[in-house]
Design a protein around this ligand. Structure first.
Ligand code: FMN
Length: 352
């Protein structure tokens, strides 16, 4: 037998009648399926413990996961059990909001802090880890696996010079603009953000989504171009450029690190190559660079630009590299000029 505990939030305000309906349906189904447990509702939060035969429990949880009345479902624990804790209740539904019992107060506060912790952790945790938790798995038990992925690296140009020459609030604002654009472009194209690197990010895409990876790069460039065009030359945002490198390959994916610090991440040649291709954007006149590994997986873009044979730093093999030629993918300023322009801004913003 199995016991599963999860927490979720109401997708919208639910009336007493709707909560009663969930309770009644649960009792009916759970009596039929041999499941027992408790369901607490409080301040827009559900906290449920379900126990019973594994197959029946999995089927029930699959229905619960799809239920549009709640969202942000976060599995807190899955245990193999021999005895039930709530054998008397097919599903005891308790509305903590209504209870006047003083003993309920600490439980309310505990559930509240649990929901808050969940909300915070959700923003820090990789999507794969959250998905695993939602399905009742323990991500710490996962073994590394090989997967084909498209990898994207994006990095702000001359970020060291920007950080050195701008007041921290201005630099922070540029980072905010970049991350807002980059995160949005990745997510809208079905990618997953693997990590934020301080002045850039790494994202990945499942096999079959290579065109979306390239599309992400183009959208980042287009949106940054809009930002530059609408800012005047004395505004640092006018000088906000990012270089993007892409490639595909088999990567090793999963928990990497030690007991002290663990990361859910991707490693392998494709990851290193994408990072190197990203640095090539400093040398060529284009802001997006990818190699054959990606080109082979997509329909060749009409604006494809062959850039030639390059040996990225640290690699032994030469790679054919490409870009896509649009006005917003061209770098209109040299890296040296960009740097000196940024240094020039220092005087205008009158740093102490
Ligand atoms: C917070 C919450 C807890 C639920 N708990 C249960 C449950 O314990 N058992 C159950 O069968 N359905 C439960 N449901 C309802 C299921 O999501 C689903 O609507 C229901 O099982 C469908 O039943 P039907 O196939 O009889 O229509 C719950 C729904 C919510 C929102």
């Amino acid at each position: 037998m199995k016991r599963l505990t999860y927490i979720s939030t109401f997708a919208r305000p639910l009336s007493n009648k709707e909560i009663e309906e969930i309770g009644e349906r649960s009792v009916r189904n759970n009596t039929r399926d041999g499941l027992t447990g408790v369901l607490f509702c409080f301040n827009g939060i559900f906290y449920q413990i379900l126990e019973g035969p594994e197959d029946a429990l999995n089927r029930c949880y699959a229905r619960i996961l799809k239920d549009s009345r709640h969202k942000d479902i976060f599995c807190l624990e899955v245990e193999n059990i021999t005895n039930r804790q709530f054998g008397d209740w097919a599903m005891k539904t308790v509305r903590l909001d209504e209870s006047e019992d003083s003993l309920i107060r600490p439980i309310r506060s505990m559930l509240n802090s649990l929901a808050r912790t969940h909300y915070v952790l959700e923003r820090y945790s990789p999507r794969e880890v959250l998905r695993g938790l939602q399905n009742g798995e323990n991500p710490l038990d996962w073994r590394l696996k090989d997967n084909e992925r498209a990898i994207l690296f994006a990095d702000i140009f001359s970020s060291t010079t920007l950080a050195e020459n701008l007041p921290p609030a201005d630099f922070e604002r540029l980072l905010g603009i970049f991350y807002d654009i980059a995160n949005r472009s990745v997510v809208e194209n079905g990618g997953t953000i693997s990590k934020l690197t301080g002045d850039g990010l790494m994202a990945y895409y499942p096999r079959g989504r290579e065109a979306e990876a390239l599309n992400t790069a183009l959208e980042i460039c287009r949106r940054l171009d809009d930002v530059r065009s609408s800012a005047n030359e004395t505004d640092p945002a006018h000088w906000l450029y990012a270089g993007i490198g892409l490639c595909t390959g088999i990567v090793r994916e999963g928990n990497i690190g030690s007991d002290f610090k663990l990361d859910y991440t991707l490693i392998g040649d494709a990851v290193n190559s994408a990072a190197r291709l990203q640095s090539l954007t400093r040398k060529v006149d284009y802001l997006v660079v990818f190699d054959d590994s990606l080109l082979k997986k997509i329909e060749s873009p009409s604006a494809l630009r062959k850039l030639g044979l390059y040996q990225p730093k640290g690699k032994t093999e030469n790679l054919y590299v490409y870009s896509v030629d649009y006005p917003y993918t061209r770098r209109k300023i040299s890296v040296t000029e960009l740097k000196s322009t940024i240094v020039g801004l220092r005087k205008q913003v009158a740093l102490p």
